[in-house]
Design a protein around this ligand. Structure first.
Ligand SMILES: [Zn+2]
Ligand SMILES: [Zn+2]
Length: 352
């Protein structure tokens, strides 16, 4: 089968022909239909310090995908019941594989497992014709969810998990970073009843994309300050909720300066290094700042499925973040496009 791999320790990737995987006990084999390219994959291509510490090549990469179950391993409950798996089933997959034994896992906080393994990082991933994953990580999709939508459930889960950290109905929301996750979080905030949703970025391409999900204002932070935007919108006291999706230190400084007292701030964008913020302001403005990672297993999956099922508009908005499609053979162009910033979500079409 075709597989996009990290063949050895060091920068670069290769599309290789390798044997198809077989499911071990408790696993299923999935034919990959669509797979999304993510910032993580760019880090792996570069072989930065993080990937050098996490990956043991040779390794097939890729973790955001949708496909069809083609083989069921020993010990997996097979059938047509609501919580059973069967051949031909269309599925997305939670890419974090948790230990089930640590204190967080045993306390029902599986997204906080201290021994999380990741598909496409610590075990072979989904940039391939076939992938095997634990049956417990499979999320059955209804016919309402087409392959494109199914391929973005992983980043959509990040967006939903981050957005739902705070009450959104009737609140003013600031999102810094208009990448695919920022834009999906904006769509979710609108769906959940936010009053104003303001998105900032420094990429005109991404800001234009953000306007398609009906944000109140898409702000180019290089030319317009949030103070100006707040004045124009008549927001005297600042934002109630903020989501940092860019990893930019300046964005967090902006959030702290423009939120109201007692605001809820969730951080998903990962900064490159240490940086200083005005902790005095965090304390006297009584801000709650929370780091967010991954998705809840599986309450976030239920909530994103149910939100998409209840709204054709939200489905269209989430689909609109996909801007580029490539055949696996054109992976170099796909990675260059994702790196350019002139794109939303880039996806690979592995099969139909
Ligand atoms: Zn990802
Ligand atoms: Zn655990």
């Amino acid at each position: 089968m075709r597989a996009l791999m990290k063949p050895y320790a060091g920068p670069g990737l290769e599309l290789r022909d390798i044997p198809e995987p077989t499911p071990d006990p408790g696993e299923v084999k999935i034919r990959v239909i669509r797979a999304g390219l993510c910032g993580t994959d760019l880090h792996i291509q570069d072989w930065d310090d993080w990937s050098a510490s996490m990956l043991h090549p040779p390794m097939v990469i890729g973790h955001e995908f949708y496909g069809e179950i083609v083989e069921i391993g020993p010990g997996v409950t097979e059938g047509d019941g609501r919580d059973e798996l069967h051949l031909g089933m269309r599925v997305s997959v939670e890419g974090h594989i948790v230990c089930g034994r640590c204190r967080n896992c045993r306390s029902g906080r599986r997204q906080m497992c201290i021994r999380t393994n990741s598909v496409g990082v610590n075990r072979d991933g989904a940039f391939a014709d076939f992938v095997v994953v634990p049956a417990a990580n499979v999320w059955a999709q209804s016919d309402l969810i087409d392959p494109d939508l199914g391929a973005v459930f992983d980043p959509l889960g990040n967006a939903v998990h981050t957005a739902l950290q705070a009450t959104l109905a009737g609140e003013d929301v600031l999102i810094t970073g208009a990448g695919p996750i920022g834009i999906m979080a904006a769509a979710v905030a609108r769906h959940a009843g936010a009053r104003r949703v303001v998105v900032t970025d420094a990429s005109p391409y991404r800001l234009t994309l953000a306007t398609t999900v009906g944000v109140t204002r898409a702000v180019d932070i290089r030319t317009t300050s949030l103070a100006e935007v707040r004045r124009e919108l008549g927001m005297v006291e600042g934002f109630d909720v903020a989501m940092e999706m860019s990893g930019s230190p300046a964005a967090l400084v902006d959030i702290i300066d423009n939120c109201t007292h007692g605001a809820n701030v969730a951080l998903l964008g990962i900064p490159k290094g240490d940086f200083a913020i005005d902790w005095g302001k965090v304390i006297t403005h009584m801000l709650t700042i929370r780091g967010v990672y991954g998705r809840k297993m599986f309450s976030t999956w239920y909530r994103m499925s149910f939100m998409l099922e209840s709204s054709a508009e939200l489905r269209d908005q989430v689909r609109s973040v996909i801007t580029h499609r490539f055949a696996p053979e054109d992976w170099e162009e796909a990675f260059a496009t994702a790196r350019s910033g002139r794109c939303g979500k880039v996806i690979f079409e592995w099969s139909d």
